[in-house]
Ligand binder design. Sequence first.
Ligand SMILES: [Cu+2]
Length: 455
Amino acid sequence: MSGSRRRFFQDAAILGAGLFGLRESMKAEEPNAWPASDERHQRGATAGSSHHAQRPRVEASSPEPFVPMITPDVGDLPFEMEADVKVFQLVAEPVKKKIAPFKTIDAWGYSGSCPGPTIQVHQGERVRVVFENRLPESTSLHWHGLELPIEQDGVPFISQKPVAPGEKYIYEFTVHQEGTFFYHAHSAMQEMMGLVGFFIAHPEKRYKPHANHDYGVVLQEWAVLPGNSVPNTASMEFNWLTFNGVSAPMTTPLLARLGSRVRLRFLNLGMDHHPIHLHGNQFVLTGTEGGRAPESSWFPMNTVLVGVAQARVVEFEAKYPGAWMIHCHLPHHMMNSMMDLLRDRQIQTADQTEARAMSQMQTLAASVPFQHVPPSPVAPNAESVPGFPQDAFMEMAMDEVVGKPETYGLPKNWSAGMMGMMTMVRVLPDKEYDAIMARKKAVGAMTQDEHRHES
Ligand SMILES: [Cu+2]
């Protein structure tokens, strides 16, 4: 794959900015991309979650024992209280998932989302999940890390009968733990289709020190061959790497107010382990999929290995203003496959003057839904240097296409530096933080207005 990808970029070298143009039709389509996820945040907020976390100062003075976790690009599963029981409705179903502006895959997910929406509860709460299977095959729900009666464990044939297509199944249990857990199908190939989501149990007594921001990130990988939309779950080689179901630069930056304490929770349910690195700051590992770790065990680090089936929780003081990258450090996880731009074709020639290559590249230029940025400069003798090109020509900025309030104020062409499993923490002074929050609010109001017009 990397060979053909390299050839692709070699060929891309011959293309100037003129060949790549932002297609108006795509431009018109794009605004739907982020209001949809923002709307899910709104619903989460209705369910008593994300609102407070966006205003840490207000939250800090409130008696609430926890800051709700925000799962950017995913959102929360709403709930209703029935007496003392927190009741969730969760549906397993096929989901069309846009993982990049030009790439939509046929994943499986929960309640219209892949990864599934985050479930947030409090330690000690009674939880009921009314689960419905709208998949074409049987499934079940496993509660990863939770200590539950065996009949709630969600393993087909062992602790329950598989939930058949069209059937409902009710899980009900009391959560006596606190920490970062998850739910997933207990069938390996189904997991690889995207059937996973966060299950957060907030502590009865707030953690010390108290975090002002709390963000969750689900790490996933996909093998989607050119011209295909269905992930190949039998593959061991992955060409699409996502945070919360999207590849950078489509990932929504995490916002933090300068001087606040930030908690980041990572969950991995793929085939690879991911070393997640944060730039410019040191963090401490404060918890795993087993719950909170004692403070005496914390030590400074800036890269945390998130193994398969693990959760890792880190915290840091946001002391330094800036857009600080967070990314998997495996080199091939810092890329997106570009083959799909060619649909079922891969450019196989490295000859930059060959007529067939030229025509393929022109087809590509006409089909890409983003503005291509002229490659950064290369040396005049580049062609004579063995190994060239490596990263030259890989920059493909699409600032406009992936723009949203959280990206406001980033330097021009910022998106050219982001690919694969990558996002950023934007540590912002009060004025800038509040300005982006105001934009988020305006967009939320706009989205609601659009929905009113539609209905
Ligand atoms: Cu990785």
